[in-house]
Design a protein around this ligand. Structure first.
Ligand code: SF4
Length: 169
């Protein structure tokens, strides 16, 4: 069975920086959960961060690739450098994906770890900017298709394609 890596907060786990979850109630998501397809994972917890924790954002004007290359940082509003936790979490997510043979992931939009299309812009003003989180970037760099919680039907289509390709003729 094709497994799907999922941000743990989307599965209802209270692992966000503010101690809350962001559960998704999409019916297809519920079916995957019942099938045992979903691998819940929180990169920030795996990387060693506590709950609750200060919010953190990628430095203004930099992106996830620069963070992964060691050329940019992820900081809290006080300027503390949290980069090493985010990098450790991203690599732990990749190991988990490989362990479960994952080719698809559904990650929480907007997060400096899990965002796909946009992240907060590093100013802690609530403004978003096009970009992705460091876990997302690392998974995509390693051939894993990443989607957001708003793209469940696209994931379903991709899942069917993969299972069809894997079926012996
Ligand atoms: Fe959710 Fe990802 Fe943030 Fe963990 S790191 S709380 S899984 S968005």
């Amino acid at each position: 069975m094709e497994r799907i890596l999922v941000s743990a907060c989307l599965m209802g786990q209270p692992v966000r920086y503010d101690g809350r979850a962001k559960p998704t109630d999409h019916v297809v998501f519920g079916r995957w959960r019942a099938e045992g397809r979903l691998v819940a994972f929180c990169p920030e917890i795996a990387g060693g961060l506590p709950v609750p924790r200060p919010p953190a954002e990628i430095e203004p004007g930099r992106d996830a690739s620069a963070v992964l290359a060691g050329e940019a940082h992820i900081r809290t509003p006080d300027g503390d450098d949290a980069t090493r936790f985010f990098l450790a979490g991203a690599h732990a997510a990749l190991r988990a994906a490989r362990k479960h043979g994952v080719r698809l992931a559904v990650l929480k939009e907007g997060s400096p770890s899990c965002g796909l299309h946009e992240v907060y812009d590093g100013t802690f003003t609530g403004a978003r900017t096009p970009g992705e989180g460091v876990t997302t970037r690392l998974l995509r760099d390693n051939g894993i298709d990443v989607f957001t919680e708003n793209e469940i039907l696209q994931v379903q289509g991709r899942l069917l394609d993969l299972e069809r390709e894997d079926t012996p003729r």
